[in-house]
Structure formats: C-alpha cells, structure tokens
Design a protein around this ligand. Structure first.
Ligand SMILES: Cc1cc2nc3c(=O)[nH]c(=O)nc-3n(C[C@H](O)[C@H](O)[C@H](O)COP(=O)(O)OP(=O)(O)OC[C@H]3O[C@@H](n4cnc5c(N)ncnc54)[C@H](O)[C@@H]3O)c2cc1C
Length: 279
C-alpha cells in the first residue's frame, strides 16, 4: 500500500473488469474492502495505486439455486447469503458466515473477498473446501471452473500467469447427516491463530458413505486419501478405530507446513472430537 492517490474504477460489467485487468498492469480487485481495511492499523486507509471495484456488478451480486448447486456471485455480501436462511444453505456454511466479524462487516464483506484474502485462509474457507466448492475464474479473455482445493495452494502460488479474479462460487446442495463447524481463536476477529474446522458426514443406515474433514488457517488441510480410510465403515466406531485413525492422521500432515505443535494438536483434537460423534 502506498501513501499516494488511488484511482478507483467502479466496473459495471464483467467485460469492464476484463478490460481493466488487460490494460492496467498490477491493478487490484476490491469488493467490500473490509479485509483490505482490516490489514491496516493507521488512522488513514491506504489503497493500491489502481483499484477496480467489482461490488456494483449485478451479475457478481446474484445468487442462483438449482436442484444440484448454489451459485454465488463473488461480490454477494455475507449478509445477503445469511438472508437466504439456514434451511436454504449448507448448515456448515451458515454457521461459518454467521460468526464472521459483526453485522456491519457482514453487510459489506463478500464471499469472494473472504476466500481471496492473502496470506491466511479466512473463516469460510474450510466449509467451502469440505463442500467441494468450485470457483469460476475469469481472466480478460476466458473463464473456467476450478475446484477450490486446486486453485489455492499452501505455498502461495495460486492463480496463473494472467491477471484473474473469482467471479462465482459454486456449492453442491447435498444434504449431510452430520455438519459440525468450529473456529479457533477469538470469535468475530482474525488473528495469527485464527482457523476453522469443518466436518461433514453422510450415512446410509449405519454405514458411513461420505466424510469430509477440512481445516484452514495459516495453511489448509484436506486429504481425500485420509477420508477414504473411513468411507464404507459401519458405525458405531470403536475406541480402537478412533486411535488408529488418529495415528494415521499424522501421516497426512505436511510436516513442512504444519510444523507448529500448537496447530497440529488443534487439528488432531478436533478430528478426535468429531470422530467421537460416530461412536
Ligand atoms: C473488524 C473486522 C472483523 C473481521 N472478522 C472476520 C472474521 O471473523 N472472519 C473472517 O473470515 N474475516 C473477518 N474479517 C475480514 C473481512 O471482513 C472478511 O473476510 C470479508 O469477507 C472480506 O470480504 P471483502 O469483500 O471486504 O474483501 P476485500 O477487502 O474487498 O478484498 C480482500 C482481498 O481479496 C481480494 N479480492 C476480493 N474479491 C476478489 C475476487 N472476487 N477475486 C479475487 N480477489 C478478490 C482483494 O484484492 C483483497 O486482496 C474481519 C474484518 C474486520 C475489519
């Protein structure tokens, strides 16, 4: 951020964003600007030299529901998502969003801004990772759907070479028998230790047919191979099952990322607490 004048372009259409991205090198996308503001501690707010605001583009502010998916424009505010009501949203997403900031923040902050925040995965990231959300990524010329787990990386190299942004977030509308969300760190604010954990389970009679375990904080964690160890098991799990699954979890952490003892212990405790719901 520089202590200089900022030029803000208020885009009215997706085509206009494409044009700005193509013609202005290094231009920054802004939506609600609440995360951009959160990262600053001075009395005055500073913005990058060139900013394109996507908050007024009608197509990016709409929500569509089909039988199989919920599609959110990336500039839909967190409050507008909550306005759909808990019963019309995946429960885990509703729980996560309703704990973000306070009503003022939720009325400006957007889902796209929450996912795209740099350097730390924010509160909606783990539910979206667990729900297998897909992102519509737009460049000046193109658009494509990419799973959130592939678009973002733990090594800070997300995105491609060309300037791009998230235009839509697509979430399957599956129903889950168990849906459990937990936040680490102070509620309603983001700090170094903030993280979120999401746990989803589908059952058929007493058989576990799907399970999702996702963590997001300084790094994110979701390992389908680990989840596959549990799919097909008959419930209730035994104490021995739980101990074996916890020992196996350790094998799936990238030790370079999850080296902090505190963080790893938090994840293991949450996995244990959630698996105990299956006993
Ligand atoms: C007091 C306070 C409390 C907060 N509490 C929480 C909390 O509890 N949990 C939490 O998760 N967050 C919290 N936040 C952070 C923030 O408010 C939310 O994360 C919000 O969802 C960010 O959305 P935004 O539209 O304001 O993002 P912006 O500030 O507009 O953008 C954030 C970043 O994402 C980029 N960006 C925005 N939209 C896109 C897009 N469509 N494609 C690509 N890049 C994009 C921007 O360039 C910027 O780098 C808090 C903030 C404040 C000030």
């Amino acid at each position: 951020m520089h202590n200089k004048n900022t030029t803000v372009y208020y885009a009215n259409s997706i085509a206009e964003v494409g044009m700005r991205l193509k013609n202005i090198a290094g231009i920054t996308i802004a939506a609600g600007c609440t995360e951009i503001a959160r990262r600053q501690s001075g009395k005055r707010l500073y913005f990058p030299d060139q900013v394109v605001s996507i908050a007024r583009i009608p197509e990016l502010c709409t929500i569509n529901k089909t039988e199989r998916y919920l599609d959110f424009g990336s500039a839909v505010t967190l409050q507008n998502i909550l306005n759909l009501g808990r019963k019309n949203l995946p429960d885990i997403l509703y729980s996560a969003i309703s704990g973000i900031g306070h009503p003022g923040i939720r009325s400006l902050g957007t889902l796209g801004g929450n996912i795209s925040a740099k350097g730390h995965r924010l509160t909606s990231f783990s539910p979206l990772l667990a729900l297998d959300a897909k992102l519509e990524i737009r460049t000046a010329q193109d658009s494509m759907w990419i799973p959130i787990s592939r678009y973002f990386s733990n090594t800070g190299k997300e995105g491609g070479q060309s300037p791009q942004y998230i235009s839509k977030i697509r979430i399957p509308t599956d129903t889950w028998d168990i849906s459990w969300f937990r936040r680490i760190g102070k509620p309603g604010v983001i700090g170094d230790n903030s993280a979120s954990y999401s746990f989803l389970v589908k059952l058929q009679k007493n058989m576990l047919t799907d399970i999702r375990i996702a963590w997001a904080g300084r790094f994110f964690f979701r390992q389908k191979e680990y989840e596959n160890l549990m799919i097909g098991r008959t419930l209730p799990l035994t104490e021995r099952d739980i101990q074996i699954l916890l020992e196996k979890a350790d094998l799936f952490f990238d030790k370079n990322l999850f080296s902090a003892q505190y963080e790893q212990q938090c994840i293991l405790n949450l996995i244990e607490e959630s698996l105990r719901m299956l006993m």
